[in-house]
Design a binder for this molecule. Structure first.
Ligand code: FAD
Length: 800
């Protein structure tokens, strides 16, 4: 009996040794496992072009790495201090930006000038708006990313065309490229001119054939000798056809991207050099600036340009000859900062405008004798608007702070662009629904219609949103943020076979340990409801649970992403719906992290807590649904079901935010409060008779009048006041009766009259001194032509 047991034990030890040995003994492991796996990886790894590699390697990984790790170090997030504005930056916001806002209006720029008025352009140029990112040594304002973002945000609460005109030169374009890659001579020449607005820049990448797939631009330049300034110099003969170029029609300096070739090997040994960026004065012979496009009625300058066989000297290439063919890498490296600031800021600004005005309107406008903001249906929209804006502004601010800390957050800037513009679209749509006809009839007093019309511009530019969601966020995020994938990929590209095997072996087994840990963690966190996940002691107690739940979602994302990558391999690139959903989980985690970060940075404002709770619960619910969507669509359903057991062992734990919580948020949107002020901080309010100022006054008067109106209502119900009104009599007559019977005072009657006057003004839509329908038919405000047209229409009708 004893000897049988010993034999069995011995057999068991041998079996375990056989299984473990290949893993534990490095040479065996490499020979038996890593080597064949490396060969397999080499086969399945999608072929990566240089442009794809440049895009993948560009930028830096910051807190996104933590979110992807399965166990985010929350202390790192909490240790990031929000960038503060300097006194000079604050002064600029309070004076120059305030003045610029007062000088422009959406209606006038669109309908009167079809552009920014000349004095506005002059102000923009003279005050350095176009050189915010240019350092002071070159005459620029040298602003931080946060200050730059605040300027764009504020301008966008007033006039989108002004914001875009200022935003573009400070984003990816000649200024940014020169700063990082320009030769000294180029910097000394152009940066002071750009800073002072002597030169107006544009950057032309997009061509009719190549939009989203910008790396495939057909525009080309051939290295050759040519005449320049009376001398024979080395340069390029460029041919291009670009469209949609912002500021193109008025630019004096054209930043141009084209594919460079060197068939005669004049600049080196290679024929196909790759994408190259050059700066060309628009007065240069052969540069053709086309007629303006009309981007959804927005009047920022935008249009095509082209050139055929235009010779440019080599020193017009940004960075000179050594930078030939390095254009794509330059663009990808510089994209992160601009993309993290421009559209996140402009869309947060538009959302602030929508939230402040719609909230006020919903209190001022009554139907069925009730402010519309108190109907549950409208409340739902107001809730989404308020909570989404809190989150968006948090993401804007955190992303700008990261840029100020020297990061080039390629993945996080993509997430910020995608999700802030999507939520801005939702906010503006909600606002339009709440405001009803007042938002639809255009005119100077329509505060929302222009934002609604222009929203698709933000969705399309700087990486169209469908593409960013489907291809970029996870495609780049998984590879950049994952602790091992990039190392595995690098090993497959390594030419030295021995080194490749060593590197691959280390990365692969690190990866396996990491995946196993995440699978176990995900299961344990799921079974325990993440109640035991570690959270830094210093977080706000009311938010503590969210950190635990996000740790759980992070582990779930990490293991699901690993299994998806392992099973789908290169096919994941084409499985965009899976990739998009995985990206959604990463995105929602970043949005939640930024929201919690804001709550801490702003000193845990308890009045804002309902917005934070709503935004985070909504985001976690979306993340859960995205994960569920990935698992239910795994190509192998059994694997999907197994993963479901690991990730959601007790079912789906997160639910949509409750109606009661939503009501708490909505209440804060329709009355003046510190929460509403914080939510719309930095917004331009302007003249008290303009739409926003008028609404603010109407809101204040409405709230002051409500208790008086309630007293009148009580008096009517109690029979103190006769409520029968003759035709034509209304609230004013009831107020007069209330005053006569002593229910209200004379002063209160005057206040009611004032409130009614302001409310009537606030809900009024514009009336024009002529029939706009007819004048649009004749193309301009020509009264005589209009009269003739009317007459001919009348004749036609009579004949018919
Ligand atoms: C107002 C305006 C200003 C602009 N300013 C500039 C400028 O200053 N300089 C400049 O160079 N360019 C500029 N652009 C161009 C802008 O960057 C492009 O419009 C954008 O890249 C999209 O290209 P496209 O419009 O040709 O759309 P397409 O590339 O044709 O895309 C159409 C749709 O297909 C989707 N799609 C494409 N590929 C994929 C994919 N692989 N997976 C999933 N979905 C995909 C896109 O997301 C989009 O929804 C501007 C455009 C506009 C409208």
């Amino acid at each position: 009996m004893m000897s049988l047991l010993v034999t069995w034990l011995f057999a068991l030890v041998v079996l375990v040794a056989i299984i473990v040995a290949p893993f534990a003994i490095s040479p065996l492991r490499r020979a038996w496992i890593s080597k064949p796996m490396l060969a397999r990886f080499r086969q399945v790894m999608p072929r990566m072009s240089q442009t794809e590699r440049d895009a993948l390697e560009a930028g830096t990984v910051s807190f996104d790495g933590e979110l992807f790790s399965g166990r985010p170090a929350w202390n790192e997030l909490l240790s990031i201090e929000k960038s503060q504005l300097t006194a000079e930056e604050q002064r600029f916001l309070d004076h120059e930006v305030e003045t610029l806002c007062a000088m422009v209006s959406e209606w006038e720029t669109t309908n009167v000038y079809k552009d920014l008025p000349p004095e506005v352009w002059q102000y923009i140029r003279e005050r350095g708006f176009l050189g915010m990112i240019i350092p002071k040594e070159y005459g620029g304002l040298g602003f931080s990313a946060c200050a730059h973002s605040e300027v764009i945000t504020k301008l966008s609460t007033r006039c989108a065309s002004a914001a875009v005109s200022v935003m573009v030169p400070n984003s990816l374009g000649p200024g940014e490229l020169l700063l990082h890659y320009g030769t000294d001579e180029q910097k000394q020449h152009y940066l002071p001119r750009l800073a002072r607005g002597i030169d107006i820049p544009c950057f032309a990448l997009t061509s009719p054939q190549a939009g989203s797939d910008a790396a495939s631009i057909p525009d080309f330049g051939i290295v050759c000798y040519g005449e320049h300034d009376g001398k024979r110099v080395l340069g390029l003969r460029a041919t291009w056809d670009k469209r949609y170029i912002t500021l193109g029609p008025i630019a004096t300096l054209l930043g141009l991207a084209f594919h460079a070739y060197d068939p005669d090997r004049l600049a080196g040994n290679r024929v196909d050099l790759g994408i190259t960026c050059a700066l060309i004065p628009t007065t240069h012979p052969g540069v053709h600036i086309g007629r303006r496009h009309m981007p959804l009625n927005a009047v920022f300058q935008n249009g095509p340009n082209s050139g055929r066989d235009v010779f440019i000297p080599m020193d017009w290439v940004i960075g000179g000859a050594p930078m030939l063919g390095k254009g794509w890498r330059m663009l990808m490296e510089s994209l992160a900062a601009g993309r993290g600031i421009s559209l996140p800021s402009s869309n947060t600004g538009m959302a602030k405008l929508a939230v402040r005005t719609t909230g006020a309107y919903a209190r001022v406008r009554s139907q069925f004798k009730t402010p519309i903001g108190r109907f549950e249906g409208v409340e739902e929209a107001l809730t989404r608007m308020g909570a989404n804006l809190y989150l968006m502004d948090a993401v804007r601010s955190l992303t700008a702070t990261l840029v100020d800390r020297g990061e080039k957050p390629s993945v996080l800037s993509g997430i910020a662009k995608l999700h802030i513009t999507e939520r801005a679209r939702q906010i503006v749509n909600d606002g339009m629904d709440v405001v009803g006809g007042k938002g639809i009839c255009m005119g100077p007093s329509n505060f929302l219609g222009a934002a609604y019309m222009q929203m698709p511009v933000s969705i399309t530019v700087e990486g169209a949103n469908i593409l960013t969601r489907s291809l970029i966020v996870f495609g780049q995020g998984a590879i950049r943020c994952h602790p091992f994938v990039l190392r595995e990929m690098a090993a497959t590209q390594e030419r030295n076979r021995a080194k490749a095997l060593l590197d691959f072996d280390a990365a692969l087994f690190g990866h396996l340990r990491y995946a196993a840990r995440n699978a176990v963690r995900s299961l344990v966190l799921g079974l325990t409801g993440s109640h035991f996940a570690r959270v830094p002691a210093k977080v706000a107690p009311e938010m503590r649970r969210y950190y635990q739940q996000m740790t759980r979602l992070s582990s779930a994302l990490a293991i699901t992403a690993d299994v998806a990558m392992a099973t789908l391999g290169g096919a994941l690139k084409r499985k965009e719906k899976i990739s998009a959903r995985l990206g959604d989980v990463l995105s929602q985690l970043y949005l939640c992290a930024a929201t919690l970060w804001r709550y801490e940075q702003e000193g845990r404002q308890v009045d804002d807590a309902p917005l934070v709770h709503w935004a985070i619960r909504d985001a976690m619910f979306k993340a859960q649904n995205a994960l569920g969507g990935v698992l239910s669509n795994f190509p192998n359903p059994n694997l999907g079901a197994l993963m479901h057991r690991i990730v959601f062992p007790l079912g789906h734990p997160y639910v949509a935010p409750s109606d009661a919580l939503g009501q708490e948020v909505a209440k804060r949107m329709i009355e003046p409060s510190a929460t509403r002020d914080r939510l719309t901080a930095g917004m331009f309010i302007g003249d008290p008779d303009e739409p926003v100022g008028l609404l603010e006054r109407a809101l204040a008067a409405t709230i002051e009048a409500e208790p008086i109106e309630r007293r009148i209502g009580d008096a009517v119900r109690g029979g103190v006041i006769d409520s029968k009104l003759a035709p034509g009599e209304g609230a004013a007559e009831l107020a007069a009766r209330a005053m006569r019977t002593g229910v209200i005072t004379k002063g209160e009657d005057a206040l009611l009259a004032f409130k009614n006057e302001l409310t009537a003004a606030a809900i009024r839509v514009d009336d024009f001194d002529r029939d706009l329908g007819v004048s649009l038919l004749v193309g301009h405000a020509d009264h005589e032509a209009e009269r003739r047209l009317r007459a001919s229409v009348a004749v036609d009708r009579a004949v018919a």
